[in-house]
Design a protein around this ligand. Structure first.
Ligand code: ADP
Ligand code: MG
Length: 348
């Protein structure tokens, strides 16, 4: 081989390597992230991998449209929302509802059953009664609780032929414990249909990992200020939702009453539960189950978690010697806790 040919072939090899390196850099899955505030200041975050800037912009435009549409259906506080219309139904009458509304009602019925009635989006009259009592500064008497309870019960929500009606006057629905999770599911499905192979959604604290690979989610420390974590969990394809009574409550006579109501006795939950984190399953399932576990408490709660395929949980319960952390055995290997919390773990 003559000298110039040698130089040429070295140059060719260098060029080939340069092109390969460029291709590798280009095919490295990019991580893109965006946050918007569709629900009265509640952040909605989307992380997607492997999208170009242009693709991700289009993804986010579609996500915003879908989230705003669902928000306009499921938010009972939003004027002109579909749920406001359902809740305003005249006694005895029925209303044609969208397929999204049919779906959230069907899922609610499913989780009402799976949670032994602890999750019940018809608790609204009780929520309002306790809120009002907080404003008045006195406990509601038994007759007011009984009156509110007569308007509660998911079995009294009837759907037939695409129409909904309530079996009692004064009933209404509140999807505060399932809608954010369901919206996360819907957005994940939308993104996967658009070709996003992997990503994460955070719908106001309701996490959801979709597609390939695992993602790490931080878990709020229920005894510390917002943003302080008790640990983190690795999740592959599934939800991560924490419900706690440490942030929202009404105060009556110097005592705190939880914003979560036990539909079975009409009382704010008071069972020692501090927080419940659900890992796995769907966003809607994890969201409703987290609230249900706060109602069920650690004994019934652990039984329900064990009965469900694909769901794990961590229950934080107060105790005389400080909090105890109940962790389902499947979760242990994917959970990292700070030293002070790790010492308090018991597996179930
Ligand atoms: P967050 O809004 O922080 O996700 P939760 O998931 O704990 O809080 O949901 C609490 C909300 O669910 C309450 O604000 C109320 O609207 C509603 N709710 C309270 N008790 C119940 C219950 N037993 N079943 C279903 N929804 C409930
Ligand atoms: Mg919730």
């Amino acid at each position: 081989m003559n000298r110039s040919l040698k130089v040429l072939s070295v140059a060719a090899i260098v060029a080939i390597f340069a092109i390969l390196a460029l291709l590798i850099v280009r095919s490295e899955p990019s991580r893109r992230e965006a946050t918007f505030f569709p629900m009265g200041g509640i952040p909605f975050k989307v992380v997607a991998y492997g999208r170009s800037a242009v693709e991700f912009d289009a993804d986010m435009a579609a996500v915003k449209r879908r989230v705003e549409d669902l928000e306009q259906r499921f938010n009972r506080f939003k004027e002109g929302s579909e749920l406001a219309a359902v809740n305003g139904l005249d006694p005895g009458s029925s209303l044609e509802i969208s397929s999204d509304m049919q779906r959230i009602i069907a899922l609610s019925r499913e989780w009402h059953g799976a949670s032994l009635g602890a999750f019940d989006p018809t608790v609204t009259p009780l929520i309002e009664l306790w809120r009002e009592s907080g404003r008045e500064g006195r406990l509601p008497d038994a007759s007011r609780i009984a009156a509110a309870r007569s308007m509660v019960g998911f079995d009294k929500v009837r759907v037939r032929g695409g129409k909904v009606r309530f079996a009692r006057d004064g009933m209404s629905l509140d999807f505060g414990a399932i809608a954010k999770g369901l919206i996360a599911d819907e957005v994940a499905n939308l993104l996967m249909r658009r070709g996003v192979a992997r990503g994460v959604i955070d719908a106001g604290g309701n996490g959801l990992a979709f597609g390939a690979g695992s993602f790490r989610f931080g878990i709020q420390d229920p005894m510390k200020e917002r943003g302080m974590l008790m640990g983190a969990v690795d999740v592959t394809m599934g939800g991560v939702v924490t419900s706690g009574s440490y942030e929202r409550f009404v105060k009556i006579g110097g005592r705190r009453y939880s914003h979560i109501i036990d539909p079975r006795d009409g009382m704010p939950v008071e069972n020692g539960m501090i927080a419940a984190t659900v890992v796995g399953g769907t966003g809607a399932g994890a969201d409703s189950l987290a609230t249900a576990l706060m109602v069920l408490g650690k004994d019934e709660g652990r039984r329900v978690v064990k009965s469900l395929e694909g769901y794990d949980a961590m229950l934080v319960e107060g105790g005389p010697l400080g909090p105890v952390v109940w962790v389902s055995a499947n979760l242990a290997s994917r959970l990292v806790l700070t030293k002070e919390w790790a010492e308090r773990v018991r597996l179930f």
